[in-house]
Design a protein around this ligand. Structure first.
Ligand code: KG4
Ligand code: ZN
Length: 370
């Protein structure tokens, strides 16, 4: 089975074809970095227009690279949120149109769920697994129980971790995109030079907060007199974020161990998972926890940042569960992790309660009648 995945929720226009045997037949990513660089960040209107300009070219290339035609495709999966709504509308409408024209199923993909499941494309990992999802728009820790069942253990109370990389890079004058720039500066600076706070790390829970850390960097930056000072500050920030992620991973591992949740792996995914400093540190942390004997896994760097392969892959996972969508599925700027599952569960619960109430009523009526 071949699924075409289309991604356009932020600043990458991407398409890929993936098979149910985990073959990645093509993976085309058009990055809008150059369009947004002059503004030091992603401009939604610029992004939407760039998606519109590139989407057909990117999809055509994905088909050509895979040496397939649309006739060979069994379903189209498109990101329908969360994200910048202009881009989401472009990609999801394109995906729906192809599905409609070729009379094949359409699968509405939640972008963060696609990040959350991406590790299963390149690794053999069974549910449940522990996951830190760290991207530009999200930062949360959850146990992934199934394709659509996520137990959220903690989340950021303010900025996402990727956002904090981007903001810190901008305020230090290093520009966009912040994550890879700061990671590079880590190797050029002295990461011990500045002592920065680690918000929420005295609390024994899995929540994050990054805005205080960003303000601390802003305050420290006022005292920087040279380029090297700013590099040292960037390096110190990178080290601090890495320590926070490791601390929170440990909290989550402890939580799982205390609650007897047996996970098959610890995973980090999302754009920030491309950061080798964080990956290495997390690997060490997981290795040092005696109660934890399962592997620490991360998708390859190119599948951490936004890509079409993870969308196609979630399409395959949903296809296998017969989870298809109608073409009137509404694109969503906000779409919490596992929302559909929770809604279904709630409806089931309410249905059950209603039934139970009915049975109870019937019993009482019979009782009074009798
Ligand atoms: O997953 P992603 O590509 O898009 C969203 O879903 O948001 O994540 C983008 C975020 C950006 O904030 C970017 O700065 C960050 O991931 N990022 C990184 C690295 N590469 C991308 N952060 C730290 N280190 C990196 N190497
Ligand atoms: Zn993403």
């Amino acid at each position: 089975m071949y699924v075409l995945g289309i991604e356009s929720s932020c600043d990458e226009t991407a398409a890929a074809i993936v098979s149910d045997r985990k073959e990645i037949l093509s993976n085309v990513v058009y990055s809008q970095i150059e369009e947004h660089r002059p503004y030091n960040g992603v401009v939604p209107e610029v992004a939407a227009r760039a998606h519109l300009e590139k989407i057909d070219i990117v999809v055509e290339k994905a088909l050509a690279d895979a040496n397939l035609s649309l006739d060979d495709i069994d379903a189209v999966a498109g990101t329908c949120g969360p994200g910048l709504i202009g881009g989401v509308i472009v990609g999801s409408t394109f995906a729906k149109s192809l599905a409609f024209a070729k009379k094949i199923p359409f699968i509405a993909v939640n972008h963060i769920e696609a990040h959350a499941l991406s590790v299963r494309l390149t690794e053999e990992v069974e549910f449940p697994y522990l996951l830190i999802l760290a991207s530009g728009g999200h930062c949360q820790i959850c146990v992934v129980h199934d394709v659509d069942n996520f137990q959220v253990l903690g989340r950021t109370l303010d900025d996402s971790v990727g956002e904090s990389f981007d903001k810190v890079s901008k305020l230090l004058g290093f520009g966009y995109p912040g994550g890879p720039i700061i990671e590079k500066l880590y190797h050029e600076g002295d990461s011990d030079k500045f002592s920065l706070p680690r918000p929420m790390c005295s609390k024994g829970n899995c929540d994050f907060s990054f805005s205080g850390l960003k303000t601390a960097v802003l305050n420290a930056s006022q005292k920087c007199n040279s380029l090297q000072d700013r590099k040292d500050l960037a390096a110190s920030f990178q080290k601090t974020v890495s320590e926070i992620m490791s601390f929170k991973m440990k909290q989550a591992l402890d939580f799982c161990s205390n609650q007897k949740i047996k996970t098959n792996a610890a995973v980090i995914s999302g754009g920030v998972a491309a950061n080798l400093v964080i990956r290495e540190n997390l690997k060490k942390t997981c290795g040092s926890v005696s109660s934890f004997s399962v592997p620490f896994l991360v998708p390859p760097v190119k599948f951490c940042t936004d890509n079409g392969a993870m969308i196609a892959w979630l399409g395959i996972e949903k296809f296998k569960k017969n989870q298809f969508n109608t073409l009137d599925f509404r694109p969503r700027p906000r779409w919490p992790l596992g929302e559909n599952f929770q809604k279904e569960e709630k409806a089931k619960r309410e249905g059950r309660e209603e039934r139970e109430k009915g049975e109870e009523r019937e019993k009482n009526e019979n009782h009074f009648c009798g």
